[in-house]
Design a protein around this ligand. Structure first.
Ligand code: SF4
Length: 240
């Protein structure tokens, strides 16, 4: 079964979460079961780029990765949209592993796939209230329990923070899953900004405020506070 792909690019650094700074290639799949208000990849699900979706076999994706990245990479991040909608990613994970390439996944934790257990670096990023989405905690509980029992690699939680309600949501997540490493990340609500310098100063200010709020928080003891690194370097530019 073919995989709907919107972008393949890299090598670049991972700008978010548990493997921030890691050299990686990206495969961005099309389609999402959510419609977050601040989604920075709406083009994966809003139909605006449906003409650009390529239906690709795992081998074709692998060939495209090596055409673009040569032999300069050892890590591939599968992102979306929500790649967890796609059962057929199983074959891509296996193929990358056959070539000694590690695999990372970014998903909001709304769907389970058995191939999650083979992912080396899995980020579950449940969406806070500012997204307008509601977390299905029955599903998230199930996924986290399965990963605890069966996953070969590592997994973590990441919550993007835009406001106080989101911070309260992060507290709830931390309390519910205390043994899972939790990353908090500053949200970028200026997706239209073309001017990198003013975006950077705005994001730095937000990062500092988030750090301050977390430092004074009694419930968020064992968390890591991260910027969305690629936006600090390249603003809202795509494919970097
Ligand atoms: Fe966008 Fe991710 Fe939300 Fe889907 S889950 S709408 S890709 S932010």
């Amino acid at each position: 079964m073919k995989i709907p792909v919107l972008e393949i690019f890299g090598p670049t650094i991972q700008g978010e979460g548990m493997v921030i700074g890691r050299k990686t290639m990206f495969v961005r799949t099309a389609g999402c079961d959510y419609s977050c208000s601040w989604c920075d990849s709406k083009f994966t699900w809003d139909g605006s780029e449906k003409e650009s979706i390529q239906m690709m076999e795992p081998a074709e994706i692998f060939n495209s990765l090596t055409d673009i990245g040569g032999n300069k990479f050892g890590h591939v991040t599968i992102s979306g949209g929500n790649p967890a909608l796609l059962k057929q990613i199983d074959g891509l994970v296996d193929l990358l592993h056959e070539h000694q390439i590690e695999v990372a996944l970014e998903t909001q934790g709304s769907r389970w796939q058995t191939w999650f257990t083979k992912v080396d670096d899995l980020t579950l990023s449940p969406k806070p209230p500012s997204s307008g989405m509601e977390t299905n905690f029955t599903t998230l509980d199930f996924i986290i329990e399965k990963l605890h029992k069966e996953q070969d690699g590592h997994f973590s939680l990441k919550v993007v923070i835009f406001d106080e309600e989101d911070l309260a949501y992060a507290e709830q997540i931390h309390e519910r899953y205390p043994s899972v490493t939790l990353f908090l990340q500053v949200g970028n609500d200026n997706l239209e900004a073309n001017e990198n310098e003013s975006l950077l100063s705005d994001l730095l200010e937000k990062y500092e405020k988030l750090i301050d709020r977390v430092m004074e928080n009694k419930l968020l003891k064992d968390v890591r506070v991260l910027p969305q690194l690629h936006t600090y370097l390249w603003g809202n530019k795509r494919g970097v």
